[in-house]
Design a binder for this molecule. Structure first.
Ligand code: ADP
Ligand code: MG
Length: 238
């Protein structure tokens, strides 16, 4: 086994002067699929946003090692060029046409629109991104943008929230395409719903109050969460 593609070491993140992520350690190898579970407000989205240097999400301690290099302080576009892509949980309308951004991504990352033919986004291409999109449309559109980046590391924040069953299956197939492309995946989910549609999940983690408190087999962890809730993980530390 080689060294991990991604290694988070004692990562601390502040938002608005408040510490939200409180010392996360995590290793993801090339091609591995990791699922991150946790109650609302535990800091999952904050962790992913800090990993792509979103403004306002300040890493105050620790490191983000990607491909052997500490990328903690790189700019968002530098991280994107290195192959790190974030699919957001919530979407804000953008003043750019879907087709314009898709064409730009094809040019930048050497990909083709064939990659997203399964996502049923043709009818959205001439619209401004996310403006008036339904939940399912927004998730499929965002996932299309991720696929076109051919990422080495895809950070997917609740791709299964607010989508109907049909879109859920479509989203699952496209994440499987990412897996087939050899991408490493860190996927946040509340319910674990999406996992049933994925060809493989290697490890699951539970985040509570800014810390990863448990890691292990997804089925084992989901069983505990479904029977007893996240409360049992409070106070424990992986
Ligand atoms: P999760 O994704 O696990 O539900 P979040 O990372 O979204 O949790 O939020 C964790 C905490 O950080 C919450 O208390 C939330 O209010 C706070 N937080 C996240 N982003 C911001 C922000 N931009 N401004 C202020 N507080 C924020
Ligand atoms: Mg979140």
């Amino acid at each position: 086994m080689g060294s991990p593609l991604l290694k988070l070491e004692d990562l601390h993140v502040q938002v608005d002067g408040r510490e939200i992520v409180k010392g996360v350690n995590l290793s993801v190898r090339t091609g591995e699929v990791h699922v991150l579970l946790g109650p609302n407000g535990s800091g999952k989205s904050t962790l992913l946003k800090a990993m792509v240097s979103m403004p306002g999400y300040r890493v105050t301690r620790g490191s983000i090692i990607f491909d052997g290099r500490d990328i903690r302080d790189l700019k968002p576009y530098e991280k994107a060029r290195m192959g790190i892509a974030l699919m957001h949980q919530h979407f804000r309308p953008l003043s750019v046409k879907f087709s314009s951004l898709a064409t730009e991504l094809c040019r930048t990352f050497g990909s083709s629109l064939d990659l997203i033919s399964d996502l049923r986004v043709d009818g959205l291409m001439e619209r401004e991104l996310f403006r008036g999109f339904s939940g399912g449309e927004a998730k499929r559109a965002e996932l299309a943008l991720i696929l076109l980046q051919r990422p080495r590391l895809a950070l997917l924040d609740e791709p299964d929230s607010g989508v109907d069953l049909e879109s859920l299956k479509t989203v699952g197939r496209s994440i499987n395409t990412l897996i087939d492309m050899g991408a490493s995946i860190l996927l946040v989910t509340h319910t674990g719903l999406i996992a049933e549609h994925l060809k493989r999940v290697d490890t699951a983690h539970v985040m509570v109050d800014g810390r990863i408190v448990e890691s292990g087999d997804l089925t084992y962890i989901l069983n505990i969460v479904r029977k007893k809730g996240y409360e049992v993980f409070r106070g424990s530390r992986a």
